[in-house]
Write a protein that binds this ligand. Sequence first.
Ligand SMILES: NC(=O)c1ccc[n+]([C@@H]2O[C@H](COP(=O)([O-])OP(=O)(O)OC[C@H]3O[C@@H](n4cnc5c(N)ncnc54)[C@H](O)[C@@H]3O)[C@@H](O)[C@H]2O)c1
Ligand SMILES: CC(C)[C@H](C(=O)O)[C@@H](O)C(=O)O
Ligand SMILES: [Mg+2]
Length: 404
Amino acid sequence: MAASVQLNLRSFKAPFNLKPIAKQFSRPGRIRCAATTPTKRYSITLLPGDGIGPEVISVAKNVLKLAGSLEGIEFSFQEMPMGGAALDLTGVPLPEETLSTAQRADAVLLGAIGGYKWDKNEKHLKPETGLLQLREGLKVFANLRPATVLPQLVDSSTLKKDVAEGVDLMVVRELTGGIYFGKPRGFGTNEKGEDIGFNTEVYSTHEIDRIARVAFEIARKRRGQLCSVDKANVLEASMLWRKRVTAIASEYPDVELSHMYVDNAAMQLVRYPKQFDTIVTNNIFGDILSDEASMITGSIGMLPSASLGESGPGLFEPIHGSAPDIAGQDKANPLATILSAAMLLKYGLGEANAANRIENAVLDTLNRGFRTGDIYSSGNKLVGCKEMGEEVLKSVDSPVPTAI
Ligand SMILES: NC(=O)c1ccc[n+]([C@@H]2O[C@H](COP(=O)([O-])OP(=O)(O)OC[C@H]3O[C@@H](n4cnc5c(N)ncnc54)[C@H](O)[C@@H]3O)[C@@H](O)[C@H]2O)c1
Ligand SMILES: CC(C)[C@H](C(=O)O)[C@@H](O)C(=O)O
Ligand SMILES: [Mg+2]
C-alpha cells in the first residue's frame, strides 16, 4: 500500500540513500493547502501498551487522522495488545497476532510498555522482552532519536539558557544488536558458589557497517558532523565498532567523523551539547544518552523516535516509558507521541506534508502557551494530556505558520 514512498529504509540499498530524510525532522516545512490528490490509504498498527501508553496513543491517533485527512490520506487502524496489557490478556508480552499484524502494516505506532505489576516477572514474561521481540521481529535496526531545543521551551530545560538554546542533535542508536541481544546471557553460579547474572556485548561487521551508513547519510543531510560514541578503550566490541565506523567514513568524505568515549560523551552532553550534530552509538549507550539528551530539551515527554529497517514497516514510539507514577491521571505529555506520529508520516510513509502539519501544530500549540506539567513554567497555561491533544488538533485544523 505504501509502495510508492517506502520512506523507511525498505527501498534503500546500501549505501543507503536516505533522500526522504533530506528535510530535517526538527525543521518544520511550509504549510500546504488541503490536498486535491486522490485518497491514499495506509494501515497503521497501534500498540498502546501500558501506563500512560493508552493515554498518549489515543491523543496521537486523532492528530494523525486529522493531519492525514487534510492531505488526502485515510488510515485504517488495528489496535493490538502489547507489553503488560498483552501479558494480562494472553500470557505473553508479544502475542503472535500482534507481531504478524504489525509486520503486515504500513507503519506501527507504540505508546509505552511496562509497570510495577510485571517488574518481578521472569525475563521471558516481562513487558520489556515483548518490546525487544517486536524490534527484532520488525528488523528495525536503526533508531533515530532527535533532540531539539524548541525556542518555546528553552526555559523548561534544566540547563542554563545559553547552554540549551539552539541544541539540535540526532542520536542514531543501533537497536537490534549489542548487549540487549548478545549471547551467552543468563544466570549461573561462579566458582565461589555465588549467583551471577551475565550478558554479552557483541557486534558483527555487518551490524556496525549498516548502522554507520545510516548515520553518515543522516549526518550528510544535517550539518555534516558525525560523532561515534563507544568505549573502545576497554571493550572489544567497541574496538571493532570504531574500526568499522572509521572504514565506512571513506565512503562519506563530505562528513566529518569524530570519536568519543561514552563517559566523556555523557559529560559533554551537559557541558556543551551544541557541539553535537549526529551521534551514532550502540544499543545500550544510545538508550542512556538519548534519555540524557531529552532533558536538555525540557522533558523526556518531548522526544519522539523512529525505528527503521531495510524493509517492512517502521516502528514509531516516544522514547519515554509507561510513567507509572503519573499513569491514569491525565498528566502525561503527549507531544513525544504526537511527534512520533509526525516521524511515522515522514520516515515511514514519505508523507512529508502531513508530517509538517503536525510539527507546525505542535509549535503553534506551544506558542499559544499550552503546557503539560513536565514542561510548565510560570505564565503558561497548564493542561492535561487530553486538553493538550485537543489544542494540537485545533492547530492542525487551522494552522498558523510558525517561524523558528
Ligand atoms: N519504550 C518503552 O515502552 C519504555 C521506555 C522506557 C521505559 N519503559 C518502561 O516504563 C516503566 C517506567 O520506567 P521509568 O520510570 O524508568 O521511565 P519513564 O520514562 O516511564 O519515566 C521516567 C520519568 O519521566 C516521567 N515521564 C515519562 N514520560 C512522560 C511524559 N510523556 N510526560 C510527562 N512525564 C513523563 C515519568 O513520570 C517519570 O517521572 C518501566 O517498566 C520501564 O521498563 C518502557
Ligand atoms: C523498555 C526498554 C526495553 C527500552 C530500551 O531499553 O530500549 C526503553 O528504555 C527505550 O528507550 O525504548
Ligand atoms: Mg530507554
